[in-house]
Structure formats: C-alpha cells, structure tokens
Write a protein that binds this ligand. Structure first.
Ligand code: CA
Length: 461
C-alpha cells in the first residue's frame, strides 16, 4: 500500500506528455545486455563489494526498474524474447541451444531489427549472438545491417591465438572471422565497448541507429585482466575475479555512454541496460535476497537489473515499481517510431513512465522451460508449476525471497492462476529443441522444497 501511494506521488510529480511532435527525429536506440550477472551485483542495486560507477551514473540519469523480468532464466531463449518482443515459446524457442547445432531463431522471424530496418534505421549487432548458427539464423539475416561479435557466447576474454580453431567463438565482422585477434584487441570486454563507441561516432551524424550490444561478461570463463584484479583488491577467489569482470563491464559501458554524450545526440538516444538472466551458479555472482539462480523460476532466475535513460520520457533519479518485462523493450521503442506493434507481447511503457497511465503494464507474465512453468499476476502472486501437477504459490510483495508456499492455503487462487497459465500455453508451440534428461531433471530439482540455500542451488548448474 505504501509502495503504491509512493508510486502515485512520484507519478503525479513527474507527469509530462510523451513527445508527439512529428518533427522530432526518430530516436537512436541502444540495448545493452550483460550476461549472467547477479541481481545485486551492481552499485545501483545496492552491492557492497561490486563497484559500477558508470552504470550507477546511468541509473542516476534515468529510471531504475524495481521489478524487471526476462522471459527465460537462461541465455538463448531470454534473448529470443527480447529481440522479438514476443514470448519465444510462440515459435517453440523454449530451451538453450547447443553451440553449432541446428537450433535457433528461424530465418523468417521478425525481430526488432527487421522492424527498425524497415523504419530506415541502421541496425548493428555487437557481441554475443547466441540465437543460432545456421546461415539464415545469423544477425545479417535477422534484420541487422552489420555484425561485430561472436555467434556463440562465453568465449575467452583474451584474444585467441591465431592457430586456435574455435569458429563460433571467434570474433567476426559481418560473417567473416577476423584473421588476427591478438593484433586486434587485448581484452574482449573493452573491445566490445570500443567497437560500439566507434560505431556510435560513425552513425550518429547520419540518421537513426539501433545498436544491440551484448557483452559476454560476467559469464564464465572466469577471466579478468591483472589490472582489474589489482584494482578490486582482496584475496584470490572466484568472487574477486567476478568483481574484476564487472569492473571491466562497467568501464566498457561507461565508454559507450560517453560516446553517446559526445555525439551530440544524447537527448535523442535511448540507452536501455538489462541483464539476460539471473546470476549463474558457477561465476561467483550474488542474487541478494532473491531465491534461486540462473535456470530457476524463482525470482533469482528471472528478475534482473534494468535501467533506461530516455530524455523526455524518463526523469533523472526515477524508479519504477510495477513489474515490467524485456518484452516491453521492443514494444516501447517501436511504438516511438510509429511501427506496427500489434503482434508484440510487450507493452509500450512510455505512458506508465511519464505518469499518464497509473495502472500497471502487465496483469500476467508467463514463463515456461520444459517441466517447470510459472505465472505472475499483478507483480505480486506467483504460481510455479513443476511437472504437471505440483504447484507452489508465493506472495512476492510480502515474501520476495519465496520462502512461504501459500498453495495449500489458497486453492481457489491456485486454480485461477493455473487456468491463466494454461490459456497462455495453449497459444504457444511445443518446445522445438529437446532439453535432454539432464536439464529436465535439473529444472525439477531446482524447485524442490529442500533446495533452500545458495549452496544447494549452486550444486545444480
Ligand atoms: Ca546468460
């Protein structure tokens, strides 16, 4: 109740009209995605040992979302939802995809880049792709004019030696693997920041651009430069390396934001930062109070840090409480370009952010990956279904760490939410790529009642 009152007050004090001037040039759009970071592993999320001064400054200059969700608790399906603005299960994209395998985003998928390309944007994908390996699944066939990154993810942060044959992990420009990594860059995270900044300087004078910038940090392998390790201090540990990787990530993003600010286009550039899934079990990340980690339907698997700076729409120092989704990223920016978004599952967040709409963007949000599915109602009630017949119900407003299973007490609510989940599922395709018995049992184990500590969660990759 207090939260809602506060929200209303904030909304009232910040209500401003959404810019509708048809002479306003279309905004540049930058999506920045980090990989496997913990929910609390940023200064702006309250970390006391990870320092992210550049992201904290970005946070201070725009809105921080208190309850932001990705559409999957693992990399590839989460990105498929983000880049299409549609539940990825609509096309059966439910599971992670094996490196080099046949699965991925079908060639005829309409991505946000396709839609922005039609709206005369220059579209650029930088960094981790992880949405398919077959030629028709690659960035240049999915609406991007250019690609500078790797088809897989989780590559080494150091350059590969020239005799290392790791095609899907090697840096490619468009679809050509670059010949000499050691001569091209010293540290991959910084390199992505430099590539993005260079492109911003190049593209800003010539019309609107869309940049989809996906860092591989702080996903494994756990590698940090000696400089970053020295800077974060402390005794050697996985956590120390992780903190150093976050330091590099933050520095690279700082460079990108500086390039925007120096481009003369800062007032007309959207910068949207999000992490792709909950902190992983294997990289030393910390999800704070949230139960569960990457791969889980508990909040720690799907609730992520999210920031947006959009002058004229967001206010410096703003925070937004109701639940939002990465599906909303495409819906919001496409609505600003007057593109047709009728088939998109996300919601245009602008009326909510400027206080014109005091309701909440989503009555329901849904998740499913193999044997575990969930539904969140009004940002508060969360039903998790394990296999076909086990239900857990949490009131995450009062019990954000999901300790008290209310399912036995609220049978009618469970039944109603179960119905909503099934209605959503009836619109989805069956999973298109098998997850394998290991991942199936892993999913189920993660949601057993006795997996109630970080140590037990970390035993389940
Ligand atoms: Ca990830």
């Amino acid at each position: 109740m207090i939260e809602w009152l506060l929200l209303t007050l904030v909304s009232m004090s910040t209500q401003i009209p959404i810019p509708t001037d048809s002479h306003t040039p279309p905004p540049n759009i930058i999506f920045i995605v980090s990989d496997d970071a913990g929910y609390s592993d940023f200064g702006f999320q309250g970390s006391d040992d990870v320092e992210t001064p550049n992201l904290d400054a970005l946070c201070a200059s725009g809105v921080r979302f208190e309850q932001a969700y990705v559409t999957a608790s693992v990399c590839s399906p989460s990105r498929a939802g983000l880049i299409t603005g549609r539940y990825q299960q609509r096309i059966g994209y439910e599971h992670n995809i094996p490196v080099g395998g046949p699965h991925g985003l079908p060639g005829d998928t309409i991505t946000i880049a396709d839609r922005l390309q039609q709206a005369k944007y220059t579209t650029s994908a930088i960094g981790k792709w992880h949405l398919g390996y077959k030629p028709e699944m690659r960035p240049l066939e999915q609406g991007f004019d250019r690609f500078h990154g790797l088809l897989a993810g989780s590559r080494h942060y150091k350059p590969y030696d020239n005799d290392t044959k790791r095609g899907n992990y090697r840096v490619r420009v468009d679809d050509e693997v670059i010949a000499d990594e050691p001569a091209t860059f010293a540290w991959f995270t910084d390199y992505l920041g430099e590539v993005a900044s260079e492109q911003i300087r190049e593209l800003a004078p010539s019309g609107p651009y869309f940049m989809y910038l996906c860092f591989t940090a702080p996903h494994t392998p756990m590698q940090a430069s000696p400089e970053d390790l020295a800077a974060v201090g402390g005794v050697p540990s996985k956590r120390k390396t992780y903190r150093a990787m976050q330091r590099a990530l933050d520095r690279a993003i700082g460079e990108v934001v500086s390039a925007v600010d120096a481009s003369g286009e800062a007032d007309n550039t959207i910068i949207w930062f999000v992490n792709d899934n909950g902190g992983a079990t294997n990289n030393g990340s910390d999800n704070g109070l949230l139960r569960g980690m990457k791969g889980s339907k508990f909040e720690g698997g799907v609730r992520v840090p999210m920031l947006l700076r959009w002058p004229g729409v967001t206010q410096p120092g703003q925070f937004y409480l109701p639940a939002v989704s990465t599906l909303d990223m495409a819906a919001t920016v496409l609505a600003a370009t007057n593109a047709n978004v009728s088939d998109i599952d996300g919601v245009d967040l602008r009326p909510f952010l400027v206080g014109e709409d005091r309701s909440t963007p989503h009555e329901f949000l849904y998740w499913r990956r193999g044997p575990v599915a969930s539904v969140l109602q009004n940002g508060r009630w969360k039903l998790i279904r394990v296999e076909d017949d086990q239900y857990m119900l949490f009131d995450i407003r009062d019990d954000v760490n999901e300790r008290i299973d209310l399912a036995p007490l609220y049978a009618a609510r469970v039944a109603r939410m179960q119905k909503a989940l099934e209605a959503w599922e009836s619109q989805m395709q069956p999973p298109g790529s098998a997850s394998g018995e290991r991942w199936r049992s892993n999913q189920i184990k993660k949601h057993q009642a006795d997996v109630d500590s970080r140590a037990k969660e970390r035993a389940l990759p």
